[in-house]
Ligand binder design. Structure first.
Ligand SMILES: CCCCCCCCCCCCCCCC(=O)SCCNC(=O)CCNC(=O)[C@H](O)C(C)(C)COP(=O)(O)OP(=O)(O)OC[C@H]1O[C@@H](n2cnc3c(N)ncnc32)[C@H](O)[C@@H]1OP(=O)(O)O
Length: 202
């Protein structure tokens, strides 16, 4: 159960049903992430790859007939699902949230592998931009990332539950400085500082 003391509905989609797609979308997302992991790790005979490619293309074509505008797509708006329910976003799970502090958990999988058995550095940066940006945009004015500084302290492992701690460091007018740490068993693997500048709602 997520402990939350700010309005759970983000400013940018007032009135939007945040559970569109129901459990079926959650299953589709989970299956899609599973497919990406499978593709990232595969070494199969060409005939098998060709057959699967045909099946995946057929499935994509079926979904493409339901493509909608970015205003009404489900991806990115399912706050109840890991990674806001977006297939590109790293599937972190928020565990607590106040106006100044947010905690979350994340488990990287095969699709996130860079080299040497560790998570790709760009994926770590994506996670930080997402987590800091989401935190910066909920219960506050809309804000965009002006800069994101990431320190890679240790290799980040796959298939291990990791902790994320995000905090507001300071606010200066429209500028909000937010920090985050990614850790395992109390050891910081990477940390980040981001500047988010408040802008007018579009
Ligand atoms: C609209 C919101 C969408 C959100 C959607 C819904 C969110 C739902 C959850 C989403 C979770 C994922 C969220 C991901 C968040 C992104 O990834 S956002 C995408 C990546 N970022 C961008 O594309 C931003 C592109 N840049 C810009 O739009 C503009 O440069 C900015 C950042 C808004 C600033 O422009 P501006 O408003 O004209 O500000 P400006 O007057 O130039 O500067 C204001 C102050 O900031 C300082 N500043 C500006 N840039 C910098 C910098 N790089 N370094 C240092 N200081 C700087 C200035 O020096 C100035 O300081 P003061 O003089 O006031 O002391």
């Amino acid at each position: 159960m997520v402990s939350i003391d700010i309005p759970p509905h983000p400013w940018w989609k007032p009135g939007l049903d945040l559970h569109r797609g129901g459990d079926s979308y959650a299953h589709l997302l989970s299956a899609t992430r599973g497919l990406l992991d499978a593709v990232a790790g595969v070494d199969a005979p060409e005939a098998v790859l060709a057959e699967v490619a045909g099946e995946v293309s057929r499935i994509a074509g079926r979904l493409n007939s339901y493509t909608t505008s970015d205003e009404s797509q489900i991806a990115g708006t399912r706050m109840d699902l890991p990674g806001r329910g977006h297939p590109l976003v790293v599937p972190y799970r928020t565990t607590s949230w106040t106006s100044v502090r947010m905690t979350a958990e994340v488990t990287f999988t095969r699709i996130h592998l860079g080299d040497g058995g560790a998570v790709h550095g760009g994926v770590t940066a994506l996670l930080f931009d997402e987590v800091l940006g989401r935190f910066a945009n909920h219960g506050r004015q809309p804000a965009r990332t002006a800069f994101l500084h990431v320190n890679y302290r240790r290799l980040v492992p796959l298939d291990v539950d990791l902790d994320i701690l995000t905090k507001v460091d300071r606010a200066e007018g429209r500028k909000l400085y937010i920090t985050a740490e990614l850790s395992h068993d109390g050891t910081v693997l990477a940390d980040a500082e981001g500047l988010f500048v408040a802008v007018s709602a579009q």
